[in-house]
Write a protein that binds this ligand. Structure first.
Ligand SMILES: Nc1ncnc2c1ncn2[C@@H]1O[C@H](COP(=O)(O)OP(=O)(O)OP(=O)(O)O)[C@@H](O)[C@H]1O
Ligand SMILES: [Mg+2]
Length: 256
């Protein structure tokens, strides 16, 4: 890793201004309908996430954290409101457009890794690239690079059941990273890991944020995990609030 200056430069310039938020939700709401009953899950969520930020999303079970993450990642669609990611209103995209958008813009890390058991670590990481025009050798180069980055070059030919939980999560992180998305969302990425392994996975996420400038939004129940983030937001019964008192982690590095 090159010796770096003290500045925290955003990743390469895009069409949007460098200081524009990478994620912005406007009056974002989600409710479910069961018979004639409407169950509100998210209510008028207004969230802005700066490019290069690392945000911890916390809140009680059932408060809507996964729902919000899935909306931002384009896995689910809102009942109303806007979700702008990198200047695109993804709530306005069709299923097909959304799938294509997701493949290049966002990497997802799940609590239970969600690896394909019949594929090796290499093949699991390669999977998102099968949807791209990259050649086989180009895919190999990308997969080798990200497996190296997560420290698993020597496990490329292992199947998930031949890997520890922490290794499986690192494969999942490599898979999230392989298409070089600017945004990584992680839903309780350490929720299934022992403490030490969880710390290693958090350190890896921190590196992706620090060294590669990836914006990360991470759901967690663990205040220690949240402390590695730069900012905490709190959901309670579908309503968003910033930084509940006494749970502040690392000092916010950016502007107030
Ligand atoms: N398909 C669905 N139909 C009806 N209600 C749903 C559906 N999916 C989720 N919900 C409800 O939405 C609410 C929020 O769920 P969500 O999974 O986002 O919570 P969470 O904050 O991630 O909780 P946890 O910390 O337990 O993972 C819950 O009350 C849940 O029951
Ligand atoms: Mg959840």
């Amino acid at each position: 890793m090159a010796a770096s200056t003290a500045t925290h430069d955003p990743p390469s310039a895009l069409a949007t201004p460098a200081d524009a938020p990478i994620v912005r939700t406007v009056a974002l709401s989600k409710s479910y309908r069961r018979g004639d009953q409407v169950i509100p899950v998210l209510v008028d969520i207004e969230l802005e996430v700066r490019r290069g930020d690392f945000v911890a999303l916390m809140g009680p079970s059932g408060s809507g954290k996964s729902t919000l993450l899935n909306l931002i990642a384009g896995i689910d669609q809102p009942t109303s409101g806007r979700i702008e990611v990198d200047g695109i209103d993804i709530a306005g995209l069709s299923e097909r457009e959304l799938a294509a958008w997701r493949a290049s813009h966002v990497g997802f890390v799940f609590q239970f890794y969600n690896l394909m058991p019949v594929l090796t670590a290499f093949e699991n990481v390669e999977l998102p690239l099968m949807l791209t025009p990259l050649s086989r050798s180009q895919r190999r180069a990308h997969v080798d690079a990200v497996l190296g980055m997560v420290g698993l070059s020597d496990r490329a030919q292992h199947y998930p059941n031949e890997l520890s939980g922490g290794q499986q999560q690192r494969v999942a992180i490599a898979r999230a990273l392989v298409s070089d998305p600017s945004l990584i969302v992680a839903d309780e990425p350490t929720g299934d890991l022992d403490r030490q392994t969880g710390i290693e996975v958090l350190a890896l996420l921190s590196r992706l944020n620090d060294e590669l400038g990836k914006t990360i939004i991470m759901v967690t129940h663990d205040p220690k995990a949240a402390a590695v983030a730069h900012r905490m937001v709190h959901l309670d019964k579908g309503v968003l609030g910033d930084e509940p008192e006494g749970t502040r982690g690392v000092e916010d590095r950016g502007r107030a």
